[in-house]
Design a protein around this ligand. Structure first.
Ligand SMILES: [Zn+2]
Length: 422
């Protein structure tokens, strides 16, 4: 295995990884904060990053432009002009205090792959486009995937009225940036223009590292359901109410949380469940908690399966509440469907991984990605690259140079051997 891990130079004998890492660092230097990476939609840093990416695309032999929502779009013609494209992409906005790889690795690797084709004078029987999406994380306005939704033609106009923490609406921010909020529709692409959408991204989880593999084939972007749970008991004096006479909402919640964990742990279908927020009222040392609210985040790569699991978990929570004489309220606050990666594209990625000398390992994506929007106009697929410790959305996010190189070699191989769906 070690010999394979060191295999970072491909058929052309040239390393792409060095150029990619250099550019990752150049993009990471564009931040609104002096001591961390924060690059938010429709800010001066967004502008500076877009201009840098335009320059890299042009150097790779592409025509590049900033579209109606601030995405950077590049096009490398095929062996004749005007052909439908294989679209590669990812995002270049970040969360606050971000890592440098989440998003940019996919954009920059795609540009380096096209640059490699261009240096060799290679034109393919299809065009290649790269979409560098301006907003995936949704940090500024309370809606995610704004860049890819605009390209997919599913951008919702009402989002323009949303305001950031400073009270600036998205409409105003677009005008300040130099974009016309009444023409976001111009960013939309027609389904017939795309042969497929393919995204390379860091895994943001620890599975590839545990498998000792640099890359993996994504099977689906897991759907997610979020629920808000409220347990109502009776607040009371911590000294005077005997144990047997209490309706303690917090102890009830604790039992529910453990039950959720046990349910997901015993599952074999890739189900993951998280209680990430809890609040106990009135929240005093000497008062029995009378009201507790907590959230549930449940994900799985199969929608029907996730729904069944949620029904079972809700039933269990109901029986815990009943046994403890607590009143219960559960609401679904958010739901998004699973986006399966197209099997015909997964196969081409798997073949490229195998050809580079690695096992083609399959895994679902527990995190959301631009493919969730792009699926509305094209078949989508993803290639994951291992990141250290599975850490992401964190300055400690890291990808080894050798893995950057493997990701690039695999992506280049997928592009060169790409066959549109028969
Ligand atoms: Zn991302």
């Amino acid at each position: 295995m070690i010999a394979m891990e060191e295999k970072v130079v491909g058929a052309s004998g040239q390393s792409l990884g060095g150029e990619i890492v250099e550019r990752i660092n150049a993009l990471a230097a564009i931040s609104e904060a002096p001591d961390n990476i924060t690059r938010i939609f429709l800010t001066p840093e967004h502008r500076a990053a877009a201009e840098l990416i335009v320059g890299w695309m042009q150097a790779a032999g592409m025509r590049a432009r900033i579209d109606a929502i601030g995405n950077v779009c590049g096009r490398y013609e095929g062996d004749q002009p005007g052909l439908p494209c294989l679209m590669l992409g990812s995002h270049y906005d970040t969360v606050r205090d971000a890592g440098r790889w989440d998003g940019p690795l996919g954009v920059i690797t795609a540009i380096s792959c096209v640059g490699d084709l261009n240096r060799r004078g290679l034109r393919l029987p299809f065009a290649i486009e790269i979409a560098a999406f301006a907003d995936e994380e949704g940090v500024r306005f309370a809606s995610t995937l704004l860049g890819s939704r605009a390209v997919a033609g599913t951008f919702v106009e009402s989002v323009l009225g949303g305001r950031d923490k400073a009270g600036i609406s998205m409409r105003e921010a677009m005008i300040t940036f130099g974009l016309d909020p009444d023409h976001v529709g111009a960013a939309a692409r027609a389904p017939g223009e795309l042969l497929a959408y393919l995204e390379l991204h860091i895994e943001q989880g620890p599975v590839l590292e545990a498998q000792k593999l640099p890359v993996g084939v994504v099977t689906a972007i897991s759907g997610a359901t979020r629920l808000a749970v409220e347990l109502h008991g009776t607040a009371g004096h911590a000294g005077t109410v005997p144990m047997a006479m209490r309706r303690d909402a917090l102890v009830g919640a604790a039992e529910c949380i453990v039950a959720i964990e046990e349910f997901c742990q015993s599952d074999r279908g890739g189900l993951v469940g998280t209680v990430g927020y809890i609040n106990a009222m009135p929240g005093a040392t000497n008062v029995i908690p009378g009201l507790v609210s907590f959230t549930m985040d449940i994900r799985s790569p199969k929608d029907s399966y996730r729904k069944l699991a949620i029904t079972d978990m809700v039933r269990e929570i109901e029986s815990i509440a009943k046994a403890r004489k607590l009143d219960l309220q559960i609401n679904i606050t958010h739901e998004n469907r699973t986006v399966p990666c197209a099997p015909w594209l997964q196969k081409q990625i798997a073949d490229a991984i195998t050809a580079e000398g690695y096992r083609a390992f399959e895994l679902p994506s527990g995190a959301g990605h631009d493919g969730m929007a792009m699926t509305d106009i094209a078949d989508v697929a993803m290639l994951f690259v291992r990141c250290r410790g599975g850490i992401s959305h964190n300055p400690a996010e890291h990808v080894e140079d050798a893995d950057v190189e493997v990701g690039a070699r695999v992506l280049l191989r997928v592009i060169e051997n790409f066959k549109p769906k028969a």
